[in-house]
Design a protein around this ligand. Sequence first.
Ligand code: GRF
Length: 203
Amino acid sequence: PSIVVLISGSGTNLQAIIDACQSGDIDGNIVAVVSNKADAYGLTRADNANIPSACLSHKNFETRELYDQALIKVIDEYQPDLVVLAGFMRILTAEFVQHYTGKMINIHPSLLPKYQGLNTHQRAIDAKDTEHGVSVHFVTEELDGGPVILQAKVSIDAQDDADSLAQKVHKQEYIIYPKVINWFCQGRLLMANGAALLDGKSL
Ligand code: GRF
């Protein structure tokens, strides 16, 4: 199966996915990396791994709809089976999401449905939560609201600040994202009637 990864930044999750494809932990291939930011370090990671990459800056588009339509064209040149959002920091239009229904997943640094949106680590600390984590989910029109596929938890300790917590969460991201991607590539994972199913069972 072929995978297109969308990024906006450093791409440490992208790197974990590249490594997992190379080691065989993911039974699939990254056919392209697409960024909305020209200076995203993830583009260098793609080059280093000889993966084709493209940058489509949102700054050149009048509206979100026009940008997303252009983005669909770029992505669909690669005919991916799966679109992976890995730190792609844009809100997607309904048209874009519908175009990839059941074929697009995201990783969000919280235990969804808690803390949708930004600054999740600080919000968990401020709420005096004792645990936090990360979720991989299918993308639906509701921001960070699609069916959850897999989560990993970390503890919040007294000395934790947003940075230390983010580091703990990142370590879990690099484990669970490749795992979910591999499930999808093996044909074991799908979205049906708004639910995520693994081996035919609801998650
Ligand atoms: C991760 O924390 C991920 O959960 C969030 O964006 C961040 C991307 O980091 N969606 P990186 O670019 O993979 O290093």
